[in-house]
Design a protein around this ligand. Structure first.
Ligand SMILES: Nc1ncnc2c1ncn2[C@@H]1O[C@H](COP(=O)(O)OP(=O)(O)OP(=O)(O)O)[C@@H](O)[C@H]1O
Length: 335
């Protein structure tokens, strides 16, 4: 596990973010009143089952939510104190790819098949860093080397289809890092890769972290990735943050029954398990969510209050560890 962070400056602050989608079936509250912060130099993992709102949170930050059907219905996303939601399209595109960069799941669909790797790494350098072609080429070759690809000069002239999946993802990381972003968002960056390549890409990201002081927002459903990469973890469920904590606290002392379930569902090496535990039930229909605990009907500790009232996300015990669960509230205990 990564070592615990000492208190540093906040880089990003999500404040009561609400991102909704208007569909024929009703309003999907994909992100429903979400607040958390990413500190400078920190790797923050957002974890949760499919459909819980991880990607929509990141896409809201990038201002890439398609409107309609999507809509940012409320809240703020402060980046170094500036609300990204209030920036003009022009101001936002100046930040995107420059101060904030993103790596997507599928590198092939993010790379342009008709441009060489060199042209694609150089583009943000020409656009955002005012470099000339020669300077951009030199920097591109440095970046190809930084992401662990040998024969950088040759790769500079290659096209995406000439590279393997793992190499293409390395190139996406090189493009994302080209302008020294303050924030790197990686949305399931290894999901489309096979297991050995996944491990190599994670090693690369960790290695890069020690060379450049970028904050990373890493989206994953894999707790193994969380354990290896995170300083801090935000657990989402059905559009809400239900627990957040420094990584060591989360693994040592998970509080929310959903987090406990996720941890139980993870296979443990060198430990015989007859059947892999899985959390009973399913994620609720996103158009039918009430103002209650969205996990209540899957929770073995469900109380009356859980069905009718949403629990607040609050500190219980260690100061950076927060949980949204009535089990930890006086109001819940008296029910
Ligand atoms: N364009 C859209 N129109 C309607 N609903 C959408 C749209 N995009 C996302 N959603 C809904 O928003 C919710 C959150 O989706 P999101 O992609 O953020 O989940 P996720 O946690 O990232 O899952 P995954 O790991 O599968 O990507 C889901 O219920 C999804 O169906």
């Amino acid at each position: 596990m990564a070592k615990q962070m000492v208190d540093t400056k906040t880089l990003v602050e999500f404040k009561n973010l609400k991102t909704h989608f208007h569909t024929s079936a009703g309003v999907v509250k994909a992100v429903d009143d979400v607040s958390f912060s990413i500190r400078e130099g920190e790797t923050l993992c957002v974890v949760g089952e499919s459909g819980c709102g991880k990607s929509v949170t990141a896409m809201s930050l990038m201002r890439l939510i398609e409107t309609p059907p999507g809509e940012i219905a409320g809240g703020e996303i402060l980046f170094e104190g500036t609300d990204l939601l209030k920036l003009s399209k022009r101001e936002m595109s100046r930040l995107r790819g420059n101060e904030i960069a993103m790596i997507f799941q599928e590198p092939m669909s993010s790379l342009n098949p008709v441009l060489t790797i060199g042209e694609q790494i150089s583009e943000p350098l020409l656009m955002h860093k005012n470099m000339n072609r020669k300077e951009a080429k030199q920097r591109a070759i440095e970046l190809i080397t930084l992401v662990g690809i040998p024969r950088a000069e040759e790769i500079f002239h290659a096209y995406p289809h000439e590279l393997s999946g793992g190499m293409r993802q390395r190139i996406m990381i090189a493009i994302a890092l080209s302008c020294d972003p303050k924030l790197l968002i990686a949305d399931e960056p290894t999901t489309a890769l096979d297991v050995t390549i996944q491990a190599q890409i994670l090693d690369l990201m960790r290695d890069i972290k020690t060379k450049v002081n970028t904050s990373i927002m890493l989206i994953t459903h894999d707790l193994g990735v969380v354990a290896e990469m995170a300083d801090f973890v935000v657990v989402m469920y059905a559009g809400k943050v239900i627990e957040e904590a420094p990584v060591i606290d989360l693994f040592k002392d998970p509080q929310h029954p959903y987090t406990k379930g996720l941890l139980k569902a993870k296979p443990v090496l060198n430990q015989k398990q007859d059947r892999l535990y899985s959390i009973p039930g399913q994620v609720p229909n996103p158009v039918e969510l009430g103002n209650n605990c969205h996990f209540h009907d899957r929770c073995e500790f469900c109380m009356e209050i859980c069905k009718t009232k949403a629990p607040p996300l609050r500190t219980h015990g260690e100061s950076k560890h927060k949980t949204a669960c009535w089990l930890y509230e006086e109001e819940g205990k008296v029910q």
